[in-house]
Design a binder for this molecule. Structure first.
Ligand code: ADP
Length: 649
């Protein structure tokens, strides 16, 4: 019979095969056919069970083991362990297990859970843990034939348990940290667990935000603790975070909360973050929120004000612009583009190209002035398709460091209607003044003639009356000339006829003429060397005359008027100083505007239309000159104008 034939050696897989291949007669156990019944039964059980089993037979503890036991032997003890003594195979721990084996042979079974044995089974000593029992295998004669070892290695288990313990501890401390963090956080923080979003942790800030007490919400599903938020879309947000793990960030989300019994609309910035366990499974949601209701309200208010301003601007049909002087770009409103007849662009040159070429100079000068004064103002024509329209630009200059103009913010108005109204009015004034001139000229001639004749008359009343009539007619002529000039100026019909003139002569000539009618004031003029300018004789004369008449009009009788002419920086500078009422600073900028008059008790009884200075300024400007005033109320005013010298060097 071969080993294969024995029933008790059947089964057992690989180890069964190994056992069968061994010639047991060469071992202390002896040939298989001589094996005692007890060994046969024990071997049979061992080979048919998947649990690790091991038999140490006889006094030499000769080993047999099954597939389940095999891994315990590692890579260095198997297969040679089969059929040899335990003393040899487990020499490194024989001092521990030897006595136990001996005890078993004497009938004492032993067993330990998680027993540590330092095994050298893979080429190095490792700590291994086993649940094991050593039990005696009894022969028929009640003697013990060997040791049956059933063993389960628990090393891996233990390691896992250890890890679990560690991670549990870590989890505990991190959760403790989390709780601590949340309760001391300066913002509202809460933790919802599970698909029901049970409120597990909340801090004081959350309770304040919700308007709830701790007891009202803790350990309750969110929608039970805060029933008022149902239907506000929060459920969808939470669900999404819980199912996808994707963080949700809300910005100024409006939420209605029942706070202290009252439904209140609040705005929240918040984050929902999915909480994941070590396997990446989502078990809850952490929520962090900040209430921004006040900020939103404040911003809304600002927006409202802006909107109102915008509406007002729209209503007034005003276009707005922001011109960046540093990079020559411009940001304009829709209305601005509409007025200019240009499709929106940041290219400043495109807007420039729309301006009537003849008016570009006006615009250029206005800008130069704006850099000095901080205020921009000009009126120019623009070509809008075939149409010519008038626009009025106004702006404020903003400066960077070193007073460098960097931006102009301003408005644009279509004033075409206004302009054509003005033109009609000007035409009318021009026509009327022109028509009045002819009868007035006759009247002047008649009065002058009558004057001469009546001078020798005895009738003192008549001679005085004629003198007065003469003065009044002169005033009227000046006035009508003024209107005529204005209307010519406005319709650009005013012509500057330049010629070389000596300003000294012109001044003296004009002053002498005035002195013929003015007796109330002393006009002082000191001649000096000739000053040559290229100018329109009559028009500059009318400017001088206007300034001196004003000095007379606006200062008390008997006061002095001083006229001077000097050269300053290649310019001839004329000044007319009076000792009159002076002009308040608030009016000074506007004096040269058309029809502007200072309204006060002083000026009320002084006749005038507010066109003299306007006309003077226009005339001086057309001569590339400058006109200005320095004044102190109660002390007097000095009006200046300057003209470029002919031979400037
Ligand atoms: P008019 O004298 O006809 O009112 P002007 O254009 O000549 O018009 O002057 C505009 C305004 O400037 C005057 O109404 C007056 O209030 C003020 N003004 C002009 N000259 C003087 C001056 N020498 N002193 C004080 N105020 C003056």
């Amino acid at each position: 019979m071969t080993n294969e034939d024995y029933h008790f050696l059947k089964n057992g897989g690989e180890m069964g095969e190994l056992i069968r291949s061994i010639d047991w007669s060469k071992t202390p156990i002896g040939p298989v056919d001589k094996w005692p019944q007890s060994l046969r039964i024990a071997t049979s059980i061992m080979l048919s069970t998947p649990f690790p089993m091991y038999i140490a037979w006889g006094d030499d503890y000769i080993q047999l083991y099954n597939n389940g036991y095999r891994p315990i032997l590692g890579s260095s003890k198997h297969p040679q362990a089969m059929g040899i003594s335990t003393r040899e195979t487990f020499s490194e721990i024989w001092n521990i297990i030897g006595s136990m084996f001996d005890g078993v042979m004497n009938g004492t079974a032993v067993g330990f859970p998680n027993f540590m044995l330092p095994l050298d089974r893979n080429g190095y000593i490792e700590e291994c843990f086993f649940d094991f029992s050593y039990s005696p295998i009894y022969n028929d004669d009640e003697t013990v034939g060997g040791v049956l070892v059933t063993v389960i290695e628990t090393t891996e288990n233990l390691k896992n348990t250890e890890k679990l313990k560690e991670s549990n501890a870590a989890l505990k401390s991190s959760e403790a940290n989390l709780r601590n963090l949340i309760s001391h956080a300066p913002v509202a923080m809460a933790l919802f667990r599970g698909p029901e979003y049970v409120i597990e942790i909340v801090n004081q800030k959350v309770l304040e935000l919700w308007g709830k007490t701790y007891e009202q919400v803790i350990n309750k599903p969110v929608f039970e603790g805060l029933p008022e938020v149902i239907g506000q879309g929060i459920d969808v947000l939470l669900e999404n975070v819980f199912s996808t793990g994707e963080r949700f960030i809300a910005n100024e989300l409006p939420v209605n909360l029942l706070r202290n019994g009252e439904l209140q609309l609040v705005y929240l910035n918040f984050v929902y973050e999915a909480l994941k366990d070590s396997d990446g499974k989502i078990y809850g949601i952490a929520a962090v929120a900040i209430e921004v209701t006040e900020q939103v309200a404040a911003r809304r208010k600002v927006e409202e004000v802006e909107e109102r301003a915008r509406l007002a601007i729209e209503a007034a049909k005003i276009g707005t612009f922001e011109y960046n002087l540093l990079d020559d770009t411009v940001v304009t409103s829709l209305r601005f583009d509409e007025i200019m007849g240009i499709d929106n662009t940041s290219d400043h040159n495109q807007y420039l190209a729309a301006i009537h070429p003849e008016d570009l100079l006006i615009r250029g000068k206005a800008f130069e002035k704006a850099y000095d004064t901080g205020r921009l103002f000009y009126e120019v024509r623009v070509k809008k398709g075939d149409e010519i329209r008038w626009v009025q630009a106004e702006g404020r200059v903003y400066y960077e460091n070193e007073n460098k103009p960097s931006r102009i913010l301003g408005t644009l108005l279509d004033i075409t209607e206004q302009k054509s109204d003005e033109m009609r009015k000007n035409d009318f004034i021009g026509m009327v003044s022109h028509e009045l001139k002819t009868p007035l000229t006759s009247l002047t001639a008649i009065i002058q003639l009558a004057n001469v004749k009546l001078k020798i008359s005895d009738d003192s009343f008549l001679s005085g009356a004629m003198e007065k009539a003469n003065t009044q007619v002169k005033k009227m002529t000046a006035m009508i000339n003024g209107f005529l000039n204005i209307s010519r100026l406005e319709s650009s019909k005013i012509q500057i006829d330049r010629q070389e003139i000596n300003l000294e002569d012109l001044l003296e000539e004009t002053i002498s003429e005035i002195e013929l009618t003015v007796t109330s004031h002393q006009i002082h003029f000191e001649r000096c060397k000739p000053i040559m300018v290229s100018a329109d004789h009559d028009k500059i004369s009318s400017v001088i005359s206007n300034l001196i008449s004003n000095a007379v009009k606006y200062s008390p009788k008997g006061k002095d008027i001083e006229v001077k002419c000097i050269v300053v920086d290649n310019n001839a500078q004329v000044s007319v100083r009076d000792e009159g009422m002076g002009i308040k600073a608030t009016h000074i900028d506007k004096l040269f505007e058309r029809y502007y008059r200072v309204e006060s008790d002083h000026t009320r009884n002084i006749s005038g239309f507010g066109i003299g200075l306007y006309l003077s300024a226009e005339i001086i400007q057309r001569h590339d000159g400058k006109i200005w005033v320095e004044s102190e109320t109660g002390i007097g005013s000095t009006f200046y104008f300057s003209l470029p010298l002919t031979h400037a060097s």
